[in-house]
Design a protein around this ligand. Structure first.
Ligand code: GLN
Length: 284
């Protein structure tokens, strides 16, 4: 018989073999899931001294095996935090990244208590960007576009979770006719797939478990920027903003594209690691 604490010790040893993992944290998260407890709580720490029951031990072991086979922790848990709120995630949808929180910072700097702000989130995935903007600002009317059936399920669930009345449109952002379904917007925000063919060959195992459709942006990673700027710019009001997440080497190319399409005040912004991570431009 083992205590829950001993199960954690064993799991940490096993999970340490994974290249990108915080084995201690992940083991606790997985045990918390099995026990239905918050692994950061005092009750959880107490529980570690108790004898583990067979059923919990087996379920914990099964979850650790899934993790050892490269399934991301976030998919196993089924939710993940973004900008202080918890979103439902799972196979088929991109996991919210901390780097992406920069987009929210930029929006909150740019717009303070607007009376009305019409926002479109393209390639919305879990909805973490659009729904966070809607939560954080007054007067937002939000539309979110997502192409894939698996991902859109999470989008509907998260909309419900946040009591949002955002419009969800199933469609391809590269479809030239799609913008006709939208009224003019003040802000178009998008975290498109932007990994290059070379990046895709070097993916860490966990990222490889995420949908390739949410990651691969064509040979040079820039396909979505090229078509989105061209197809969607006319949906913006004069003075409206287009805001993209970008790969760390794509700042110049994406800025140039916005400038070529007549955007002004185009700026590249860095994430907390100091990498270029976002580009914003305003319609003249
Ligand atoms: N930032 C993600 C990664 O590095 C890529 C997400 C995207 O292509 N939008 O895995």
């Amino acid at each position: 018989m083992s205590t829950y604490g001993q199960l954690i010790t064993d799991a940490v040893r096993e999970l340490s073999s994974l290249e990108y993992s915080d084995a201690a944290l992940e083991s606790k998260e997985l045990l918390g899931l099995v026990l239905g407890m918050d692994c950061r709580s005092a009750e959880f720490d107490e529980k570690l001294w108790q004898e583990a029951d067979d059923d919990s031990e087996q379920r914990f072991f099964d979850l650790c095996q899934r993790r050892l086979h490269g399934e991301p922790l976030q998919y196993i848990i089924g939710e993940w935090d973004f900008y202080g709120k918890t979103f439902k995630v799972g196979k088929g949808v991109l996991i919210p990244r901390q780097d992406t929180e920069l987009l929210i910072d930029i929006v909150l700097e740019q717009y303070k208590n607007p009376d009305r702000l019409s926002v479109i989130d393209l390639c919305a995935g879990s909805g973490c960007i659009g729904l966070t903007i809607e939560q954080r600002l007054s007067g937002v009317s939000l539309a979110m576009v997502e192409k894939y059936t698996d991902a859109i399920e999470y989008l509907f669930d998260n909309r419900l979770r946040f009591g949002s009345s955002a419009r969800i449109v199933k469609g391809d952002v590269n479809d030239e006719t799609l913008p006709k379904q939208f009224r003019k917007a003040d802000l178009i925000v998008c975290n498109p797939p932007y990994l290059t063919a070379k990046d895709m060959k070097e993916l860490q195992t966990e990222v490889g478990a995420e949908p390739v459709e949410a990651l691969y942006g064509g040979e040079d990673g820039l396909d979505f920027y090229r078509s989105i700027i061209r197809i969607w710019k006319d949906v913006l009001n004069v003075g409206g903003a287009m805001l993209f997440e970008i790969g760390s080497t794509q700042g110049k190319e994406v800025s140039d594209m916005l400038i070529q399409h007549g955007f002004k005040d185009v700026r590249v912004r860095r994430d907390l690691s100091g990498n270029d991570r976002a580009v914003i431009g305003f319609k003249k």
